[in-house]
Design a protein around this ligand. Structure first.
Ligand code: DGP
Length: 114
C-alpha cells in the first residue's frame, strides 16, 4: 500500500466506494465523477503508478484487470464498451494507481478516435 494513495485507501476500506466486483487481485467500483452512463474503474489491489508499469511488473495481474473490465461491462449490461488508460498528468491522469476506465453508453460517432 502506498501512503497517500486514494485507491490504496479504497482497497483497504479506509475510503468508501460503490463496489461492483472484486477478485483476489482486483477491485471494480463506480467512478465518483461519471462521464458515461456506465463508468467503472477497475484497479489492481497492489499499487503501481500506471497500467504499463503494472503490466511490466505483474503481467498476470494486468491481465486480470483487463479480464475484469469485460466481466464488469457485461455484468452491467454492456456488450460494447470503451477502455481508457490515462497515463501521465499530461494525458489527464490524476490518480497515480493503475486503473482502467470502463465506459459504456458513449456515442461512438463522437469519440476522439472514431
Ligand atoms: P484518471 O484521470 O485517469 O486518473 O482518473 C481517475 C478517476 O478516479 C477520475 O475519473 C475520478 C476518480 N476518482 C478520484 N477519486 C475518487 C474516489 O475517491 N472515489 C471514486 N469512486 N472515484 C474517484
Amino acid at each position: 500500500m502506498a501512503t497517500d494513495c486514494i485507491f490504496c485507501k479504497i482497497v483497504a476500506g479506509e475510503i468508501p466506494a460503490e463496489k461492483v466486483a472484486e477478485t483476489d487481485t482486483t477491485l471494480a467500483f463506480r467512478d465518483i465523477n461519471p462521464k458515461a452512463p456506465l463508468h467503472v474503474l477497475v484497479i489492481p489491489k497492489v499499487h503501481h503508478p500506471d497500467a504499463a508499469s503494472l503490466a511490466s511488473a505483474e503481467p498476470q495481474i494486468a491481465a486480470e484487470v483487463l479480464s475484469q473490465a469485460g466481466v464488469v461491462a457485461r455484468q452491467e449490461g454492456y456488450e460494447d464498451y470503451n477502455l481508457v488508460f490515462n497515463t501521465g498528468a499530461g494525458a489527464g491522469q490524476t490518480v497515480f494507481h493503475a486503473h482502467v476506465h470502463v465506459l459504456g453508453g458513449l456515442d461512438a460517432s463522437k469519440l476522439f478516435l472514431a
